[in-house]
Write a protein that binds this ligand. Sequence first.
Ligand SMILES: C[S@@+](CC[C@H](N)C(=O)[O-])C[C@H]1O[C@@H](n2cnc3c(N)ncnc32)[C@H](O)[C@@H]1O
Length: 228
Amino acid sequence: MKLTDRLLKIASLVTKGKKVADIGTDHGYIPVYLLNKGHVDYAVLADVNKGPLENARKEVRHNNLIDKVDLRLGSGIEVLEVNEVDEVIIAGMGGILIGELLEAKKEVARSLDKLILQPMQAQNELRKYLLNNGYEILDEVLVKEDFRIYEIIIAKYTGKNTEVKDEMYYEIGSKLIENKEPLLNEFIDKKIFMYNSILSKIEGKSGDGISKKIEDSKIAINKLEKLK
Ligand SMILES: C[S@@+](CC[C@H](N)C(=O)[O-])C[C@H]1O[C@@H](n2cnc3c(N)ncnc32)[C@H](O)[C@@H]1O
């Protein structure tokens, strides 16, 4: 089994020797890789769907790791109790769903040392949820796989909300700027391209909300250009 760059990057963010849960594990590749490397000694592999959990079970058996894992069927972190694991990975789901999963069992989410989150869409919504619900974004990483750039957010509950200087920082995490993330300019260019595509589709049209959408897209492009 060879991990893709996205999965490898996520795995690299797990702290050595910590107990980890992979929520929405599907194939179970990340925890199996970490256990095989001896990076962690115990992992919970959880999925809400039976098929994916069975895939993970096969992968675990194939690697003779059954004694080192718990496989759990259920939604989000509802399968976990407080202090059972130190770190949680939630990858490959939408940002809104990830926020909902944290909200569904707050006492667990708040007890974790580290949340490693990799939203596929609505990354801005997830940042907004985290920063307005007492989580600190400790770090952010970008990883490129094929033509897509994935965002990984590392967070922890502190009980303190964080105000952003501008709504744009929900879209481009401020840690990416602070860290001079190597893929940042390419990531920003992709966003500008997306806003320009929206503009080219709607400019010259009329209708409900069109002029606001045009104005918002232009403002976003202007702000994004300044971040480069
Ligand atoms: C696209 S796969 C991602 C698999 C893997 N985490 C990755 O990043 O490659 C999404 C997985 O999340 C699972 N899933 C969806 N909603 C879930 C929920 N509420 N709780 C746990 N797992 C969920 C799906 O069954 C599926 O296996």
